[in-house]
Design a protein around this ligand. Structure first.
Ligand code: AMP
Length: 185
C-alpha cells in the first residue's frame, strides 16, 4: 500500500502516469483536475466558481480545493487503501493545509513524486493534447502560475526528505518503469 502525491508542471504526464500506476497496482486515484472538470460539466455551484479560474489557467482558491481533497480521501478510504493524488497540493498554503488534514485523518504521506520535464516539451505536449483550456495563452499562464506557486511546494517536500525526482522525458512505458523503481513498486 502506498500513499503518494504526483507533482510536476502541467503537461509533464502526471495524469497519464498516475492512471497507469493506479490501475496496475489497484491504488485509489484522486485527480483534482478531473473532479473540478466534472463539477464544471454538471454545472454545480462548485463548478460555476471553478470554471472562472480554470478558463484563465488560474488556480481555484485554496479553501475550495482543500475541502474537495479531504472529501475524496475519505471517500476512497485512503487511510486503509492508500492513494495516488494528482494535482494537489499546488501551493505552499495547500501543502500546509494538507499536512494538517493528514494528521487529523491519521494518514502518513510516504512520498512525493516529482515528474521533471523541460518547458519546450511541456508546451508541445499541451498543444498536442488539445484540451479546452489548452490554448497557447492559457498554457503560458498555467506555466507562469506553476513556477510562482507550485515550484515552492517541491522545495517544501525536498526539505522534508520525501521527494523523489523522476525524469519525465521519453516513452510512456519508459517513464512508468522509472516511476515504479522510484516508488519501490
Ligand atoms: P489540471 O487538470 O491538473 O491541469 O488542472 C486544471 C485546472 O484546474 C488548473 O488550471 C486549475 O485551474 C484547477 N486546479 C487543479 N488543481 C488545482 C489545485 N491544486 N489548486 C487550485 N486549482 C487547481
Amino acid at each position: 500500500m502506498i500513499k503518494v502525491v504526483f507533482l510536476g508542471p502541467p503537461g509533464a504526464g502526471k495524469g497519464t502516469q498516475a492512471k497507469i500506476i493506479a490501475e496496475k497496482y489497484g491504488i485509489p486515484l484522486i485527480v483534482l483536475g478531473d473532479i473540478l472538470r466534472e463539477a464544471v460539466k454538471n454545472q454545480t455551484e462548485l463548478g460555476k466558481i471553478a470554471k472562472e479560474y480554470m478558463d484563465k489557467g488560474e488556480l481555484v482558491p485554496d479553501e475550495i480545493v482543500t475541502g474537495i481533497i479531504k472529501e475524496a480521501l475519505l471517500k476512497v478510504n485512503a487511510k486503509e487503501k492508500g492513494f495516488i493524488l494528482d494535482g494537489f497540493p499546488r501551493t505552499l498554503n495547500q501543502a500546509k493545509a494538507f499536512e494538517e488534514m493528514l494528521k487529523e485523518l491519521g494518514i502518513n504521506l510516504d512520498k512525493v513524486l516529482f515528474l521533471d520535464v523541460p518547458d519546450e516539451e511541456l508546451i508541445k505536449r499541451m498543444l498536442a493534447r488539445g484540451r479546452e483550456d489548452d490554448t497557447e495563452e492559457v498554457i503560458k499562464n498555467r506555466l507562469k502560475v506553476y513556477y510562482e506557486k507550485t515550484a515552492p511546494v517541491i522545495t517544501y517536500y525536498e526539505e522534508k526528505g520525501i521527494l523523489v525526482k523522476v525524469d519525465g522525458l521519453g516513452d510512456i512505458e519508459e517513464v512508468t518503469k522509472r516511476i515504479e523503481k522510484a516508488l519501490g513498486l
